[in-house]
Design a protein around this ligand. Structure first.
Ligand code: XMP
Length: 531
């Protein structure tokens, strides 16, 4: 996400979505989204905002609790994120995590200094001195995960120690009267034992947030909101990719306005086997949606001809998609709304706290990529949901598991798995090999342990022998990875007989390969896709 895209959704996000819940102020923490997810997993709505906008968001959202995240800076640095200290005067309980604790100490009369010997990175044990309230049910000597260079040297007014750790005397502190608490460690990460318990004690018991956030119950509310936004005769045009997000969004919009939704599916010639047919069958035949399928493969492959640089390939595909979609959308003259499957991680107002855009590893392209000059109002029913919440919602509205639980497929499609120039001659065998990998994994019920499983075309000739003849053909790579969130990934093995069948079938059923290899690289340093 570029900074520009973030600033395109400035304060709008603050005054939409449910009221109450937990407001999380992002000081640039690596784990901010994890905090938000942990809170939602306990059935409480949470929203992330940047420090600069926290007071504005607070006024609209009226949270019942505030969490101040960790962050990479020092509270004394000249460029430390600026949060209005009035946030401590709202009568709302506040939990500061790491930097958040230090910020609270600094603004309540305490003192923060560089930690030197007090710096802690990694695991440490918690010595609980007060097992009431925030630390109720938290085990003595449990492991927690720290990562801080500064430390609180003197507590703020009214604070007392609730737990310490070696060498941190203020591991957990609290001011019960005000409802202010601070943790020097990260409760949101899985390595912190009882971390979820501590968050739950704060959110549910201390702040009294009711557990009334259930994405499963959302469908009807979403449908009503769409109907209200679009009105009695408004029309929506929407790009459908066949992925989870756009599918769930389309079904919700369709429930709200029926035939006034016009879906466009762009076949870019880079799809997997059966993908276009699957979309037609589900959305046109089953849901009876107005679905226009555009075969734009000539246009995409024409623009990609002769291009071998991965970044250039991605950019071309993104650009051509916008062009094609714009042309198609024009046909629906009465449609003043553009439907999109934008998710919460795409709109989180976090970029400023991180000090600008992080380094671009690959420029991602999604079907939701908005032609900015379309001048249409956005309908984005999923913009307050995380991916797993969208899956829940998808199940709730009856989408098949084959769609809701399907493996991610990148926007640029097979182009990023077809090394070098993308041509029909290479895409055809790649599609065949990919279908074999998918079929064998799914037939054997092995997909549950895998994040993605697919084939890659490497245009490097190697010698083989087929029949009695010598052949000189290309390489097919099989990529099987497990992952939680695609940020990191491990390579995986399948039972030998399944691997053997995959290899035999690719070499026998698909023309063009003389060799099948398995990619045993984790991410990092490799990425999941090959380009
Ligand atoms: P990498 O290859 O960066 O991929 O490890 C991480 C995850 O992102 C998917 N991916 C994309 N998804 N548009 C998408 O919608 C893209 O341009 C894109 N590139 C990579 C990839 O499949 C993996 O799940």
């Amino acid at each position: 996400m570029s900074q520009q895209q973030h600033s395109a959704v400035p304060d709008a996000a603050a005054n939409e979505g449910p009221m109450g819940g937990v407001l999380i102020v992002d000081f640039g923490a690596q784990y901010c989204q994890l905090i938000a997810r942990r809170v939602r997993e306990m059935g409480v709505f949470s929203r992330i905002t940047v420090p600069e906008r926290a007071m504005f968001t607070l006024q609209h959202m009226r949270p019942k609790a505030i969490i101040l995240s960790g962050g990479p800076r020092s509270v004394y640095a000249h460029d430390a994120p600026a949060l209005d200290a009035a946030i401590l005067e709202q009568g709302i309980p506040v939990l500061g995590i790491c930097y958040g604790l230090q910020w609270m100490a600094q603004h309540t009369g305490g003192e923060v200094t560089p930690a030197k010997e007090g710096a802690e990175y990694g695991r440490t044990r918690l010595d609980v001195t007060d097992a009431e309230g925030l630390l109720a049910g938290v085990r003595q000597g449990g492991t927690v995960w720290m990562s801080h260079g500064d430390k609180v040297a003197r507590l703020g007014q009214g604070f007392e120690v609730l737990a310490k750790s070696e060498p941190c005397p203020f591991a957990v502190v609290g001011n019960r009267t005000k409802g202010f608490y601070g943790l020097q460690f990260h409760p949101e990460v899985a390595h912190s034992e009882d971390g979820t318990r501590i968050l739950q004690n704060f959110v549910r018991d201390i702040a009294g947030c009711p557990a009334d956030w259930n994405p499963g119950d959302l469908a009807e509310r979403k449908v009503a909101a769409i109907a209200q936004q679009v009105g009695d005769d408004g029309e929506v045009v929407m790009g459908l990719s066949g992925g989870v997000d756009s599918s769930v969004a389309a079904v919700l919009v369709h429930r709200a306005i029926g035939k006034r939704l016009h879906c466009v599916f762009v076949d870019n010639g880079l799809l997997r086997q059966g993908e276009r047919e699957g979309v037609e069958e589900l959305f046109r035949d089953h849901y009876h949606m107005d679905l226009k399928v555009v075969d734009a493969s000539e246009r995409f492959l024409g623009q990609l001809a002769g291009v071998t640089d991965p970044e250039q390939k991605r950019k071309i595909i993104g650009r051509v998609f916008v062009d094609v979609f714009r042309d198609e959308a024009k046909a629906f003259q009465k449609a003043h709304f553009l439907g999109q499957g934008t998710l919460y991680p795409d709109v989180i107002e976090s970029v400023a706290a991180h000090g600008g855009a992080t380094s671009t590893i690959k420029s991602h392209h999604n079907v939701g990529g908005l032609p900015e000059d379309l001048d249409m109002q956005l309908v984005e029913p999923l913009r307050d949901l995380f991916k797993d919440e969208v899956r829940l919602l998808g199940r709730e509205i009856g989408l098949p598991s084959s769609l809701v639980d399907r493996q991610p497929f990148p926007g640029p499609g097979l182009a990023v798995r077809c090394l070098g120039e993308v041509t029909r001659e290479k895409l055809e065998p790649l599609r065949g090999a990919d279908a074999v990998v998918r079929e064998e994994v799914e037939k054997n019920g092995l997909q549950a342990g895998l994040w993605q499983y697919f084939a890659v075309y490497v245009p490097q000739k190697t010698v083989g022998v087929k029949g009695d003849a010598r052949v000189y053909e290309d390489i097919c790579i099989v990529r099987l990875v497990s992952s939680q969130d695609a940020m990191t990934a491990d390579w995986e093995l399948l039972p030998a007989d399944v691997l053997r069948r995959i290899s035999n079938r690719i070499l026998n059923e698909v023309a063009g390969f003389s060799r099948v290899c398995l990619d045993i690289s984790s991410k990092p340093p490799a990425t999941i896709e090959w380009e």
